[in-house]
Design a protein. Structure first.
Length: 231
C-alpha cells in the first residue's frame, strides 16, 4: 500500500482490523499522506506486527506517544520506519529516549527526517544505551559535524549496531574524521554509509587509503556520481 493517499476513515478501518489480526506480520503505508491522528491509530493497533513502515507521513505528538507505547508494549516489533522529526525535534527526542532500553527493535529507519544537530545528544545517548538495534538508517536527515561527533562517541562503546547509514547529510571533514576514529575502535560495524555529505575528495582519499575502511565504509563526496545500492 506504499505511495497512496489514504483517508482517515480508511485508516481507522485498517487499525480496527489490526486489533483482531492474527496472521499479518508486516504493514507498509509509506508515503500515504497519513496525518498525525491517523498514524497514531495505526501504531496503537500494531501490537502484533513485526515490521511497520510509516515513513514519509505526517507525525506529531499523538503518533509519537503511540510509538512510545508500542515500544513498551509490543514483544514482536523488530523493524520500524517512521517519520517523527518532521514536526518538532521534541518528538524525536522523546522517541529516542524511549528507544534507549527497547529490547525488540533490530532495524530502525528514520530517513528524510528533519533531525538536524539539535537532536545529536539524545541520538548519541540512545546508541550508548540500546543493546538490541542492529541496523539504523538516518540518511537525508540534515545531520552535521556535531551529530557525527555524538554518534562517533556512542560507537566507541556500542557493540550491537552492525549497519549505519548517514548518507545524504551535511557531515564535513571534521565529522567524517570523528567517525573514522570511532571505527578504528569499533569492530562491530560492518557497513557505514557516509556518501553524499559535505566533505571533499581529500576526506574520501583518507578512507580509501585504509584497506579496512574500504571494506566497511561507503564513501563518496557530493560531486561524485557513485550511487549506493545498499539502502
Amino acid at each position: 500500500m506504499n505511495t497512496n493517499f489514504i483517508k482517515h476513515d480508511s485508516v481507522i478501518s485498517v487499525s480496527k482490523a489490526l486489533l483482531v489480526n492474527k496472521t499479518l506480520t508486516e504493514l507498509s503505508l509509506t508515503h500515504s499522506n497519513i496525518k498525525d491522528e491517523s498514524a497514531a491509530a495505526i501504531i496503537s493497533a500494531a501490537i502484533g506486527i513485526k515490521k511497520l513502515c510509516l515513513g514519509l507521513n505526517e507525525f506529531g505528538d499523538k503518533s509519537t506517544d503511540a510509538a512510545l507505547s508500542l515500544l513498551k508494549i509490543s514483544r514482536t516489533i523488530t523493524k520500524l520506519h517512521l517519520k517523527i522529526g518532521r514536526v518538532r525535534n521534541k518528538n524525536l527526542k522523546t522517541f529516542l529516549d524511549g528507544l534507549a532500553d527497547n529490547t525488540t527493535v533490530k532495524e530502525l529507519r528514520l530517513t528524510s527526517n528533519k533531525i538536524t544537530d539539535e537532536s545529536a545528544f539524545p541520538l548519541g545517548n540512545m546508541l550508548k544505551a540500546n543493546k538490541t538495534l542492529q541496523k539504523l538508517n538516518l540518511s537525508n536527515s540534515r545531520l552535521g559535524n556535531k551529530s557525527a561527533k555524538f554518534i562517533a562517541e556512542a560507537l566507541e562503546t556500542n557493540t550491537t549496531l552492525v549497519e549505519l547509514n548517514l548518507g545524504k547529510n551535511q557531515i564535513g571533514h571534521e565529522g567524517a574524521m570523528f567517525l573514522y576514529r570511532a571505527l578504528e575502535i569499533n569492530k562491530t560495524i560492518a557497513l557505514l554509509d557516509i556518501e553524499y555529505n559535505k566533505y571533499d575528495d581529500s576526506t574520501e582519499r583518507i578512507f580509501k587509503e585504509n584497506e579496512e575502511m574500504r571494506k566497511r565504509v561507503i564513501v563518496a563526496y557530493t560531486s561524485n556520481k557513485i550511487a549506493s545500492s545498499h539502502y
